[in-house]
Structure formats: C-alpha cells, structure tokens
Design a protein around this ligand. Structure first.
Ligand code: GLN
Length: 194
C-alpha cells in the first residue's frame, strides 16, 4: 500500500495530459504522469484529462489501474476530470459505447459529444462561483451534464448547461482549463480536500 502520497498526478494513458502537467509547472508544482499502479501509489491527488473517454477506459483496464484507482477515489482521493475525464468519473453515461462503465466518483449523468454539437469546439468566457473575473473556457466535443445529485455543487453554467461542478473530493469540467493560460480552475482543484 502507498506510504508517501505527496504528489499531484496526471493520468497519462491517452489525451491532453501534458498540458495539465505544464499548467501545474507554471504554478510551481511538479505533477507526475501516472501510467502504472506504482505511479498511482506516489500521488495524493489526480487529474483525468480530456481525450477520448472510451480509449481512457480501455487503457485503465489494460494497465490494471482501474481497480486501484477506483479504490483510492472511494477513499476520498481528490480528483479532477476534464472533458473525457468528466465522462470517466461520472455515474451514468448517455450516448456512450455499450461497454463504457464509468468510475462513479460523482453523482452526475453526462451525455457525450452533445455540447455545442453544431460547432464541435468553441471558446466562452464563463462565470465561475468564487472567481471574480470570467474564465476563458475551451470546449472540444464537450459532454453535457444532464442531471446532478444532491451532493453536487454547480460552479458554472453556459446556456443553462452545467459545465463545472464538484462534490467533496471531485471536480469535473466539460471544458479544457489546461488549454487556457489561466490556472484558476487548477487552483480550485488543489484546494479540494485540504
Ligand atoms: N467526446 C470525447 C469523449 O467522449 C471527449 C472530448 C474531449 O475530451 N475533448 O471522450
């Protein structure tokens, strides 16, 4: 079992993990890529990046990370999921692949590839609870949050759709904060569970 959880990790199986590592770097924080159970044992907080949720799930299983990661999450390890990461952490996935079973770290129902379907990707200045200035959010084939449980706090909406929410140990964004040169959402994540 892990003894020394001192680091922030970024799940680095597929997707935009390098941009998260760089964002933490600009904050003066060394984040390590997580690809194995040994890596997972070294971290005390973890990011699940954007990318392709079906691929991330498949790789979680083939790398044998799924079970130990689920266990750590169920014990309250803080986790931040962006876009595909939000889908992987949800409770229910709509328009997912048949064999897509999420980690159930947060009580939300998400629909894949539904947000801004017409334009695929877009940028929007969003108002975030707790931030005084708007945040420049980048959306790429983003999921929609269709329902949230009672223990989920909503931090931001666009066109009446929830795009940022969290519970006691989980933060999920349907956009990509790691692609904006703005670290404020990552700062919110680091304050979780402390
Ligand atoms: N649509 C992708 C999925 O279902 C997520 C897109 C993203 O992470 N930018 O996994």
């Amino acid at each position: 079992m892990a003894t020394n959880h001192l680091q922030v990790g970024v799940l680095a199986l597929q997707g935009a993990f390098e941009s998260h590592i760089k964002t933490f770097e600009t904050m003066g924080i060394e984040a390590i890529p997580v690809r194995s159970t040994q890596d997972l044992e070294r971290v005390h907080k973890i990011v699940i990046p954007g990318g392709e949720s079906t691929a991330i799930q498949m790789l979680l299983e083939s790398s044998s990370l799924r079970q130990p990661l689920s266990e750590r999450l169920s014990h309250g390890m803080p986790v931040f999921g962006t876009c595909a990461g939000m889908i992987v952490l949800s409770k229910v996935i709509l328009d997912g692949r048949e064999d897509q079973s999420p980690l159930n770290a947060i009580d939300i129902v998400v629909r894949r590839n539904a947000f801004g379907r017409q334009i695929d990707s877009f940028e929007s200045e969003i108002n975030v609870k707790g931030l005084t200035e708007p945040f420049p959010a980048v959306f790429i084939r983003a999921p929609i949050v269709e329902a949230v449980g009672d223990d989920v706090e909503v931090y931001a909406k666009v066109d009446d759709q929830i795009v940022l929410c969290g519970n006691a140990s989980t933060l999920v964004a349907s956009f990509h904060p790691e692609l904006s040169s703005d670290t404020r959402i990552h700062e919110i994540f680091l304050s979780i569970g402390e």
